[in-house]
Design a protein around this ligand. Structure first.
Ligand code: PMP
Length: 425
């Protein structure tokens, strides 16, 4: 039964049982309306309230600077955001260059002269910077290359290069090859497959005292809501819901207002075609989604509702908001890593100690015989005592304990004890 199991899957992940029980009731009859939450119109007042409350609670929990960001519920998952970030921020870059060209040439300049000048700027200066530190930032980088062509995409650093062809480290910031005035610098804060997490905001990307600095895009799909983040350092922060926030089906984009109208509007499709640059499908265009309060098209209000209930529970549980959750997340991770470290003959932690993820704890079992046999035995015994979902990602193998917010402290304690006991069996 549910109460006998602690599920360490990487996503979809465990959701709090009380949230699911409330949501199950709402699915049949929402607040005595006689209709379930998935049946009500997304244009209804109650749907708008669910969206607005979830947005406000997220802003409260994460201390998103008031008035400076928009929160959008997107569709298409984290993968959709790999594309959306490229389309929208390339558009914003072109819009800024367009404004500069009009200033240089004067508002009365011939359109063909404007386009020629812009084309030169694109050829000389359009760059998207990617830090590749694991499987997910690699996928984002590959999507940028696919959408734009390799000439516009710059690999800032590839973590595999100095690490025997495998992920598990973050290259020293002094080696990063950042472009000048990139349309953005992209990184993934927590690599779900490889168990690599940035220990803190990378100083190389920090804003200058005068407020200028790189336009930073971050994927926080697998560690959002688990630690404090310096939101003001980001222009775009996105995350799928299915790990720490809620159920699969909504993806959150937190977008700095300076990238949106009235400051910046996406260039016209005609102009982008002349520049041979892509335009976003309308469902991935942030300004459209934001303008319509995430209701440009039919949004799964049920998924927003679940996310909203998770946020309400977090706010109820932790008066000091994300800091309270962070203390517990850190403690759980520490328990599990300490158990592994206590038995260096039986376990090998995959990533370097300096970049170990608190959310996805990746290790190999080297106890006896082959690794393969040891890991099979580990998984079998773990499952038999209710510790499930521990198999590593198919691309890397090994064991992965995903230690998301919904894993209770007792769950982490049980796993730590099992890690210890297994070495004796
Ligand atoms: N980024 C990260 C860090 C992820 O862990 C995942 C999914 N596990 C994705 C992006 C892709 O998300 P989706 O499957 O929702 O497209």
């Amino acid at each position: 039964t549910r109460s006998e199991i602690t599920y360490f899957g990487a996503g979809p992940a465990l959701l709090p049982t009380d949230v699911l029980e409330t949501a199950a009731k709402a699915l049949v009859d929402y607040n005595g309306t006689g209709l379930g939450i998935a049946e009500h119109s997304h244009r209804s007042e109650l749907a708008a309230n669910i969206i607005n409350e979830a947005k406000a609670d997220l802003a409260t929990y994460l201390d998103i600077p008031a008035g400076e960001y928009e929160v959008a519920f997107m569709q298409g998952g984290g993968t959709g955001e790999f594309s959306a970030s490229v389309y929208n921020l390339v558009g914003a870059w072109v819009a800024r260059q367009h404004a500069a060209v009009l200033k240089e040439l004067g508002e009365a300049a011939e359109e063909s002269a404007v386009v020629d000048a812009l084309r030169k700027k694109v050829e000389a200066g359009l760059k998207l910077d990617y830090l590749v530190t694991g499987g997910w930032s690699l996928k984002a980088y590959q999507e940028a290359v696919r959408l734009l062509g390799p000439e516009y995409v710059n690999l800032v650093a590839d973590a595999r290069v100095e690490n025997g062809g495998k992920f598990g480290k973050i290259p020293d910031q002094s080696t990063w090859k950042l472009s000048k005035d990139a349309a953005f610098v992209y990184y993934c804060d927590n690599e779900t497959v490889d168990g690599v997490e940035f220990p803190e905001f990378p100083q190389a990307l920090a804003p200058q005292p005068d407020g200028t600095g790189p336009i930073v895009v971050v994927d926080m799909s697998s560690n959002i809501l688990s630690r404090r983040v310096p939101v003001k350092n980001y222009s775009l922060l996105f995350f799928g819901a299915q790990k720490n926030l809620g159920s699969t089906g909504v993806t959150v984009a937190v977008i700095k207002k300076t990238l949106l109208p009235p400051t910046v509007s996406q260039p016209s499709p005609a102009l982008m075609r002349k520049l041979a640059l892509p335009i976003p499908p309308i469902v991935l265009q942030y300004e459209t989604i934001v303008k319509n309060n995430s209701l440009y098209n039919t949004l799964s209000i049920f998924d927003v509702y679940i996310a909203g209930q998770v946020l309400k529970k977090l706010l109820r549980t932790f008066p000091d908001k994300v800091d309270g959750q962070q203390a517990i997340a850190d403690k759980k991770a520490e328990l599990i890593y300490s158990a592994l470290e206590a038995h260096p003959d039986a376990y090998k932690i995959v990533p370097d100690k300096t970049v170990r993820s608190r959310m996805n704890i990746c290790f190999r079992v080297t106890k006896s015989g082959t690794i393969d046999e040891s890991e099979k035995a580990f998984l079998k015994e773990a499952t038999s005592i209710g510790l499930t979902g521990l198999k590593g990602h198919r691309s890397v193998g090994g064991i992965r304990a995903s230690n998301y917010n919904s894993i209770p402290l007792e769950g982490a304690e049980k796993l730590a004890k099992f890690i210890n006991d297994f070495t004796k069996a």
